[in-house]
Structures are given as structure tokens and as C-alpha cells.
Ligand binder design. Structure first.
Ligand SMILES: Cc1cc2nc3c(=O)[nH]c(=O)nc-3n(C[C@H](O)[C@H](O)[C@H](O)COP(=O)(O)OP(=O)(O)OC[C@H]3O[C@@H](n4cnc5c(N)ncnc54)[C@H](O)[C@@H]3O)c2cc1C
Ligand code: SF4
Length: 332
């Protein structure tokens, strides 16, 4: 048992006071943070409980955007009728994640910042080689059991997948995060630049300064988001992370069969939530037909690199994309 200080914050200023000091962590639902402390991947000296901050769990939906508070619970957003109507892929990415108990505790902000499920990363006693935990120590997964590891966005230093579902849907639909610094200034960061590829520093995962807090997530409303779908393929039907997932959306012309715009992002197969722009471009102006969707979906695996046990993901990716697009387009 390791001692740490616990502080419950009642307003943003109090929450962020001193939060930029090393060893301080925020605590929202606690479903990731406490796990990481139990397996000793993280040993914070101080936890600041932000779960009671007023106003940060609000959901506002207008004709041009959805604004979701960072402390909104996953279950609340997943079941919100207006979210389901305006953004089905987003609602499904939440309802297909984790378990009912976890979704009732866990928040959107905490969900985005969950860390990889790489079993070597989460076992510091068993494996010392992990560049994400300890830069320069090596990577036990490269030649280990890497069935769940990434095939896209990998580096010679880390092949761990980003495990979350919500961020995949947000990536497909150009969400922006509202971030509040310790001095109270607020900036908006596109989700595409928030998550960082591992490169030679897999321990640095986000564009988040010390003490910075996610206050809200903003998603532009669009026709593609209204006609969207989230497909998650996994080893068992519930309570499991994605082997491969796709968040897709289609904006169709008046004829109902010409694709004006397609959105495609992938989860479970890449080191960050992965936008498949080649697929989107290939579909623009094309007829909504199974063969067209399948051909375009093949483009998503360009540059994919498999290790000993995860080659099946390269086969799976186009199938998951094509099926998700067919569902969104009413062909499946
Ligand atoms: C068994 C299990 C299965 C799971 N399956 C899935 C799954 O299938 N799909 C999926 O997407 N997720 C899954 N998860 C992950 C789960 O969804 C996350 O643990 C949860 O969303 C984290 O939210 P939280 O509020 O509990 O975060 P916390 O644990 O409270 O925080 C997580 C991290 O985020 C930081 N943080 C939290 N809120 C903020 C904020 N507003 N600003 C800045 N920093 C913040 C904390 O300091 C901490 O570092 C699973 C988890 C478990 C334990
Ligand atoms: S894949 Fe990344 S997280 Fe997993 S052991 Fe290698 S460096 Fe660590």
C-alpha cells in the first residue's frame, strides 16, 4: 500500500491549483486511474478529485454542434435521445464500451485519457522492458505475445494500441477538445492533433500540458454524423476491447445513392485513433454499392505492419470498414 494525498475540489481554480506539479493526477470516475495505481504503473503523490466540479457534466445540443461536458458519464451520453439521434456512432461507441457498471462511473474526459491495455505495460513486476513506462528500456511486446497490438501508426519503440472507443468516433467527425490551463486560459484542440504517435517517445501520449484539464468536447453537427455507425469486432460480445472497430458516416446526395462525403476512423488496430482519409477520398462522388465500398476499404491498410501474432488485423480492417459503411448506407 502506497500513501498518497487526496483532495476533493469544488471549483476549477481549486482543482487546478498546483496541478502542474509532478506527481499530481486528477480523479474523475477513477476506473482507469485506480487500476493504474493498483498495478503500480502510476504512483501519484496527490489525487485531485474532480468528480464534483459543478457544470462539467452538461450536454448541450444545437443545430450546429454537440457540446459534451468532460465529466458527463458514459452511460448518460450513450442513452441521451438527442445524442442518439444526431450522432448514432458516438452513442454506440459509448454503449459498446466496458460494462454497465463502468459506464455508470466513468466520464468522457477520463475515457479519452485511458492508457493502453498492452499486458507488458500493465505488468511492471513481470516485465521491465517497456518504452512507454520507462523510455529507453525496450519493448517486450515486439517479440512477445502481440496479438492485440497495433498494425498502423507503430514505431520501432512501441506497438501498443490506443484502446478506447469514444475517441475513434470523435476522430471520424472532427471533434475538438476544450482544454483549460492552470492559469485559467482555455484553448480548443482538434482531436486529430491531440493524440500523438509513439515515435521514439511513446510515454508522451497527448497534447496536454501539466495540470491542464479537459472541460468539454465539441463535435460539429453534420449529415454524415446523423447517418453514422460504430462497428466493434471483439473476442466476445460484451465487456471487451476492440480487435478492430470502425466509426463511419455517410452524407448521400438527393438521389440517395451517390456518396457526397464519407467519414471513416478505426480503433483497436492503431497506436492512436486512426482516420482513414484514403478511404474517405476514394468514396467521394462514388455510388453507394457494396463492391465500391469494399474496394475503397482496402486502402485503409496501406502502410500497415504486422508482428508475429497480429497479422489477422490487416485482413479484418477492410471487412470491418465495409460492413460499417454498408450498415450506415442501409445496404446491410
Ligand atoms: C475492465 C474494463 C474494461 C473496459 N473496456 C473498455 C472498452 O471496451 N472501451 C473503452 O473505451 N473503454 C473501456 N474501459 C476503459 C474505461 O472506459 C475507462 O476506464 C473510463 O472511461 C475512464 O474514465 P474515468 O472517469 O473513470 O477516468 P479516471 O480513471 O478518473 O481518469 C483516467 C485518467 O484521465 C485523467 N482525467 C480524467 N478526467 C480528466 C479531465 N477532465 N481532464 C484531464 N484529465 C482527466 C485522470 O487523471 C487519469 O489519468 C474499460 C475499463 C475497464 C476497467
Ligand atoms: S508495445 Fe508499447 S506499451 Fe507495450 S511493452 Fe512495448 S513499449 Fe510498452
Amino acid at each position: 500500500m502506497r500513501a498518497f494525498d487526496y483532495q476533493r475540489a469544488d471549483d476549477l481554480d481549486a482543482a487546478q491549483q498546483g496541478a502542474d506539479q509532478p506527481g499530481t493526477r486528477f480523479l474523475a470516475g477513477g476506473t482507469t486511474q485506480i487500476d493504474l495505481m493498483k498495478c503500480e504503473v502510476e504512483r501519484p503523490a496527490r489525487l485531485v478529485d474532480i468528480s464534483h466540479l459543478p457544470g462539467l457534466d452538461a450536454i448541450h445540443i444545437t443545430h450546429d454542434h454537440l457540446l459534451l461536458g468532460a465529466l458527463a458519464k458514459m452511460s448518460h451520453v450513450a442513452d441521451h435521445p438527442q445524442v442518439r439521434d444526431a450522432a448514432p456512432a458516438l452513442a454506440d461507441s459509448l454503449s459498446l464500451a466496458a460494462s454497465a457498471q463502468l459506464r455508470n462511473m466513468a466520464t468522457l474526459g477520463g475515457n479519452l485519457l485511458q492508457r493502453t491495455r498492452c499486458s507488458y505495460f500493465r505488468d511492471p513486476q513481470g516485465y521491465s522492458a517497456c518504452n512507454k513506462r520507462q523510455p529507453g528500456s525496450g519493448c517486450a511486446a515486439m517479440d512477445g505475445v502481440n496479438r492485440n497490438h497495433a498494425v498502423l501508426g507503430t514505431s520501432a519503440y512501441c506497438i501498443a494500441t490506443y484502446p478506447g472507443d469514444l475517441a475513434v468516433a470523435l476522430t471520424a467527425f472532427d471533434a475538438e477538445l476544450h482544454l483549460r490551463a492552470v492559469d485559467g486560459t482555455v484553448r480548443q484542440v482538434p482531436i486529430a492533433s491531440f493524440f500523438w504517435l509513439p515515435g521514439d517517445r511513446p510515454d508522451i501520449e497527448h497534447d496536454l500540458s501539466p495540470g491542464e484539464l479537459i472541460t468539454a468536447i465539441e463535435i460539429p453537427a453534420s449529415a454524415a454524423l446523423r447517418r453514422s455507425h460504430y462497428l466493434k469486432v471483439r473476442d466476445r460480445a460484451s465487456y471487451e476491447f476492440a480487435a478492430a472497430s470502425a466509426a463511419v458516416g455517410l452524407d448521400l446526395a438527393e438521389d440517395g445513392r451517390t456518396i457526397r462525403e464519407a467519414r471513416v476512423a478505426l480503433g483497436g488496430v492503431a497506436t492512436v485513433p486512426w482516420r482513414a482519409r484514403e478511404v474517405e477520398q476514394a468514396l467521394q462522388g462514388q455510388p453507394l454499392e457494396e463492391a465500391v465500398l469494399r474496394r475503397a476499404a482496402e486502402l485503409a491498410t496501406q502502410g500497415a505492419v504486422a508482428r508475429a501474432h497480429n497479422g489477422y488485423k490487416i485482413t479484418l480492417i477492410p471487412r470491418v470498414i465495409a460492413r460499417a459503411l454498408m450498415t450506415a448506407g442501409g445496404l446491410a
